[in-house]
Design a protein around this ligand. Structure first.
Ligand SMILES: Nc1ncnc2c1ncn2[C@@H]1O[C@H](COP(=O)(O)OP(=O)(O)OP(=O)(O)O)[C@@H](O)[C@H]1O
Ligand SMILES: Nc1nc2c(c(=O)[nH]1)N=C(CO)CN2
Length: 79
């Protein structure tokens, strides 16, 4: 539970992609509408699924990650 939008909460699950489906309902949007602008989503996603097509933009993840500023996303030391 959390008190404010984008504030701390115990668990946050965001569904990013499901195959090449596009779903747009009041309670579920897939692809996640803000994934394209989020380096903290795209950088790790590009590690595991670089060739996955984001069906709204028509770009694969390895291309989307190049379009955002990734300077704040770092691997933790030792990983
Ligand atoms: N792809 C999706 N993944 C997760 N929740 C979704 C998705 N599409 C729609 N929702 C809806 O969004 C609600 C969660 O909204 P919430 O305000 O917690 O977003 P958030 O995770 O804080 O921010 P953001 O959506 O920007 O990552 C869920 O209750 C769900 O109905
Ligand atoms: N760094 C970071 N920023 C966010 C995150 C998140 O998981 N990490 N989740 C958000 C809403 O889902 C919004 N902003």
């Amino acid at each position: 539970m959390r008190q404010e939008r984008w504030g701390p909460r115990s668990l946050d699950l965001d569904l990013l992609l499901y195959d090449d489906l596009i779903i747009d309902t009041p309670t579920l949007q897939i692809p996640h509408p803000r994934m394209q602008e989020r380096a903290f989503v795209l950088v790790p996603l590009a590690e595991i699924a670089p060739d996955w097509l984001e069906p709204i933009s028509g770009y694969v993840i390895r291309e989307l990650v190049k379009k955002v500023d990734c300077s704040d996303v770092h691997l933790l030391k030792g990983s």
